[in-house]
Design a protein around this ligand. Sequence first.
Ligand SMILES: Cc1ncc(COP(=O)(O)O)c(C=O)c1O
Length: 389
Amino acid sequence: MKPDHLESRLISPDFTAPAPFGSLTTPIHHASTVTFANVAALRARSWLDEDSYTYGLHATPTTYELQHRIAELEGGAYALLAPSGLAAIAMINLGLLQSGDEFLIPDNVYLPNRELGETMLSSFGITCHTYPAADAEAAARLINANTRLLWIEAPGSVSMEVPDVPRLAALARERGVLSALDNTWSGGYFFQGFECGLDIVMHALTKYPSGGSDVLMGSVVTRDVKLHQRIKTAHMRLGLGVAGDDAYLVLRGLPSLLARLKVHEASAYRVAEWLSKREEIERVLHPGLPSCPGHAFWKRDFRGAGGLFSVVFKQSIEAGKVDAMVDALKLFSIGFSWGGSHSLAVPYALAQARTTRPWLTGALVRFYIGLEHTDDLLADLAQAFEALH
Ligand SMILES: Cc1ncc(COP(=O)(O)O)c(C=O)c1O
């Protein structure tokens, strides 16, 4: 029935794309209200049902489509989306831990994960213990009857050590502890967490999957439906929905993800090899090179490397000069996050990490190699390195 008044006709809820229309993109559905066909359908709703819609916060066809593709990327069965990578980390911790529980994180973990554990979670009576990233047996020794969750980052996103993921996953499983991997570095492609026995794979889609440096999003993938539903409960209780426009930006990046990763990888190898020959550099921390701690694990378990790696400068080069070198870069920007088309450089002060990492003898800079031509990046580095002398 067509309403009598223009006010009502302008609010028609009946729009659907006409039948012969086709396109190659996922439509963006904007919805807070999700409508039901009738009262019986409203009463029968369940936000746990994977195929139904109840409210815009929980799912729209756009966010479901992205969830399905991310589950596919990671080799899992169920995916949840969160408004940032950090929100995805928080959703896992808050979904699986309660007062009296303990959890383990590696000492090179993405710092906000550690800070969440040592501040808010600690105030809720949840204890976070740190284990040396490269020592799976040390992690196992910290497991006790209250331990519920073991976090792994492969590699650590600044100091770049590659851990023995299958061993950590097996130790956690033997002791009845859930294991969660931050798989952001690998782009979900160069490392397949579930094949290594992990329970949960988290990913900051902000980085490679979006590829645009313009959106924040995180994902949590599982294979076990009960585990998925426990984390989904936190997603629901905390209201961690994502907007359709943001989901679209990530969906737009996914078709080119593997092609981009391969370009980042090839260019990063060339830059890393160039850096390894410079007299100013003490060590290149690129997981694909033997100079990186844990390289043997990378070789055994990974399909490749992306664009992110770090270098340690010779001790004789003071940190101020390294900062001046970073300031002198013209094609590389200075900024956090990565995964987009622009190359980045960030100097890190890792004084604390030095106590357990004797190889961290000088200033450290993390490089992200974007999609510029490698020759241009090498020329930029060559001119900026003059600031070191
Ligand atoms: C390894 C890693 N995990 C998680 C995150 C968090 O992602 P987001 O910036 O989307 O919160 C980052 C961000 O830099 C990261 O590098």
